[in-house]
Design a binder for this molecule. Structure first.
Ligand SMILES: Cc1ncc(COP(=O)(O)O)c(C=O)c1O
Length: 395
């Protein structure tokens, strides 16, 4: 039998990260390629306790079907939690509980883009989202950075170009893959441009609570009173990604459409996970828990940067994140990045080649992504030493 697949899926390649992660299953491998929370960042005892209590005292409540919008208790707890520092849930908004924020990316493209419609994204951007958009027939129009911030002139050109884009996909805090953060001024100007050209923004903020330095910058969603922003808030990076719980907050009309998409997709998010999350958010001190994670990531990030400073060739440039999980490393132009990544893998050090995160992965790229949240301190020290030697061999 010759299997035939859709044209739209022909543009979507198996995630480069997943492929590299397969190679990293070897316990001797030093992996800076993943994007997982640190093993000691999970509230395992609390999850065990809540789960056992629900299964003992009210099992049918988590074993039965639930409603598509999400568990009422979780919607209430999550609204309170995500609104605790700023108003992301505004007047006229609604929340939908989704199976991870990845599903919000899918619904955005599914509900807002016809085949061939354009999505504007940062270049580079989160591969999972880009693949979700492409798998639903959308075309990506990437906007580059200039001096550490999104190039607003290039963004305006991307909004003026035809066909008119359906939405702008942005990760303003500790971006994946660069670790960069959008300034307050740029957020304001991006929102102003979105309004001027009447294009929606999909603001993806899974890392906002992982700030370990400096003060929080208001989300674009909190600056908008006119229904231009759909906000993706995830509990993956601050509680547990395996539970697959995220919240989409946006204008009611859009969220209602996403709810219909969810009915057709997976009916509702895992009710067991939703009920456990609801109780964790209400019964435990989230700020205390988040402070523990921030400390772990701050120490790991500082260690990685300190070792890079010691061992990397001076012509290698890299971002210095103030939160999140990633550092973006750029080699000099004459060094073949893909060759560098291959040689690193041969020495048992895995990083993700940067072209995988571009709107068009055939574009020239001299950068790669490194993750600091997952590896142990020993692996960070050894891995950076090996990568450092490689920078001196290849530059
Ligand atoms: C920027 C960004 N958005 C969304 C996601 C998806 O997260 P989840 O589906 O677990 O909420 C990730 C995961 O790494 C991410 O980096």
């Amino acid at each position: 039998m010759k299997y035939e697949f859709t044209k739209r899926m022909s543009n979507v390649k198996a995630s480069a990260i997943r492929e590299i992660l397969k190679a990293t299953a070897d316990p001797d491998m030093i992996s800076f390629a993943g994007g997982n929370p640190a093993a000691d960042a999970f509230p395992t005892d609390a999850i065990e306790k809540i789960s056992a209590d629900i299964l003992k005292n009210d099992p049918i409540s988590v074993l039965q079907y639930g409603i598509t919008e999400g568990d009422k208790g979780l919607i209430e707890a999550a609204t309170k939690f995500f609104n605790r520092h700023e108003k992301v849930f505004g007047l006229g908004d609604k929340m939908l509980i989704t199976s991870g924020s990845q599903q919000i990316m899918e619904f955005a493209a599914k509900c807002l883009c016809n085949e061939g419609d354009v999505v504007v994204c940062e270049n580079p951007s989160f591969l999972g989202a880009l693949n979700a958009f492409k798998s639903l027939g959308a075309i990506l129009r990437g906007v580059e950075y200039k001096e550490g911030q999104l190039d607003l002139e290039a963004l305006e050109k991307a909004l003026q170009a035809q066909p008119k884009p359906k939405f702008i996909y942005l990760i303003p805090n500790f971006q994946n893959p660069t670790g960069m953060t959008m300034s307050f001024e740029v957020r304001q100007q991006v929102l102003a441009l979105a309004k001027q050209y009447e294009v929606l923004i999909l603001e993806d903020n899974p890392y906002g609570d992982l700030r370990f330095e400096g003060t929080a910058i208001p989300s674009i969603k909190s600056l908008d009173q006119d229904g231009f922003v759909i906000y993706a808030a995830s509990l993956s990076k601050i509680i547990a990604p395996g539970m697959r719980i995220a919240c989409c907050i946006g204008p009611t009309e859009i969220v209602n459409k996403f709810t219909v998409a969810k009915q057709a997709s997976d009916v509702h998010s895992n009710l067991w996970a939703q009920k456990v999350m609801a109780r964790y958010l209400t019964e435990y001190d989230m700020d205390e828990h988040i402070a523990v994670i921030q400390k772990i990531y701050k120490d790991k990030c500082n260690l990685m940067l300190q070792e890079m400073e010691k061992h990397f060739h001076k012509d290698v440039h890299y971002t210095k994140p103030t939160g999140g999980m990633f550092i973006w490393v750029t080699l000099p132009k004459h060094v073949n990045m893909q060759e560098f990544v291959k040689k690193a893998l041969a020495q048992n050090v895995a990083v993700v080649p940067g072209h995988a995160f571009l709107d068009d992965d055939n574009k020239e790229c001299h950068s790669f992504r490194m993750n600091f949240s997952t590896p142990t301190n020993e692996k960070i020290i050894e891995g950076i030493r090996l990568l450092g030697e490689l920078t001196f061999q290849m530059i």
